[in-house]
Write a protein that binds this ligand. Structure first.
Ligand code: PLP
Length: 363
């Protein structure tokens, strides 16, 4: 059995992606153009049941512009998890609104509905839960909650390409949804983000905001950004879009093998009706998580990751003092093992043996 390093994540870039980039280079037209337009159309069809899709230069830009396009700004509050990548709360703060951090539940690491409801005030403009690790949040429950209080739902679907709730795809529930296309995500465009929306005004605002506020050149309607995706990036994304479904199936198969064979750790749960796309395969280790992480690397040459060790509300950038007990437990106990589609059966067996050996010895 090979003892080569098994990375925690591995982007798959093949000859087709390289040829697609080369074709754009040969065309001499590198900036946003026909490749971006085609990528948006194809993404709409493959990923979000025909909802409009607007490509931008990163997932973070996508969240920021999605919120601005939905009318979020100074004086507003948006409820977000603290247990997520910092871009979720950052994007709210960048609009001038206040991110209000809510706790998660510990089965799926997504926002706790009851805690969210307790935080709704007359300043609350919306809720932005995260489909964390590729497991969808309870989108039907949050849709009903938002409707009940007359506020908006926004979806941070950065990690959840193809995930669904009762057969309905993520990115189709909220006023907007946002998918990251960073290289370690389930599919990539190099860097990039795709914002999906069923609201024609939000779509138009997004298209304006990413392009200096212009639809017609030099007739700027809004103060906007240059957050455009290039045709080089879109060309990569279009190829990846044809492969992501098969990669997801492989992730799910890898996850099933890990869950059937790991011992002494909490394996990921899947909610009834949820389609989990395993951006991460995240276990819970009640004692010795950091030691397990280190020994996997030093003794077994296996990468793993802690997503996320510091709850966002306690980061120096926010420096809040809320008490979010489940968030603290998750930050202390989670560990993500490799689950990416390039793993071989040997790799999967090595991961199982390594974790079981370390845990049995009392990590
Ligand atoms: C939950 C979440 N939201 C937002 C982002 C931001 O995406 P990007 O890195 O493409 O800007 C990420 C990326 O890691 C993420 O994981």
């Amino acid at each position: 059995m090979s003892q080569d390093f098994i990375p925690a994540a591995k982007p798959i870039i093949g000859a087709e992606e390289r040829a697609a980039v080369d074709a754009v280079m040969a065309s001499g037209m590198l900036a946003q153009g026909p490749e971006v337009a085609a990528f948006e159309k194809e993404f709409s069809q493959v990923m979000v049941d025909g909802r409009a899709s607007v490509a931008v230069n990163s997932g973070t830009s996508g969240l920021h512009l999605g919120l601005l396009a939905s009318g979020v700004g100074p004086g507003d509050e948006v409820i977000v998890p603290s247990f997520t990548f910092a871009a979720t709360g950052n994007s709210v703060a960048l609009t001038g609104a206040t991110p209000v951090f809510a706790d998660i539940e510990l089965d799926y690491y997504t926002l706790d509905v009851a805690h969210v409801e307790s935080l709704i005030t007359d300043k609350t403009k919306g809720i932005m839960p995260v489909h964390l690790y590729g497991h969808p949040f309870a989108a039907d429950v949050f849709t009903a909650l938002a409707e009940k209080h007359g506020i908006d739902l926004y979806e941070d679907a950065a990690q959840a390409h193809g995930a669904a709730v009762n057969g309905k795809k993520v990115g189709t529930f909220g006023k907007f949804g946002m998918f990251s296309l960073y290289p370690t995500k389930n599919m990539t465009s190099g860097e990039g983000g795709m914002v999906t929306t069923g609201d024609a005004t939000v779509e138009r605002n997004l298209r304006l905001l990413r392009n200096q506020g212009m639809e017609k050149q030099y007739q700027n309607e809004l103060v906007g950004f240059n957050n455009r995706m290039t045709d080089l990036h879109a060309a990569i994304g279009r190829v990846q879009l044809t492969k992501v479904e098969a990669w997801t199936a492989q992730r799910q198969e890898n996850a099933a093998f890990l869950s059937a064979n790991l011992e002494g750790v909490g394996t990921p749960k899947v909610a009834p009706g949820a389609e989990h796309v395993y951006h991460q395969y995240t276990i819970r280790v009640s004692e010795g998580r950091d030691e397990l992480h280190e020994r996997l690397r030093s003794e077994f040459n296996i990468g793993s990751g802690v997503y996320y060790p510091v709850p966002n509300h306690r980061l120096p950038s926010f420096n809040r003092t809320e008490d979010l007990p489940n968030t603290e437990i998750a930050a202390r106990e989670v560990l993500s093992l490799p689950v990416h589609p390039s793993l071989t059966q040997d790799d999967l067996e090595r991961i199982v043996t390594a974790v079981n050996t370390i845990v049995k010895a009392g990590a």
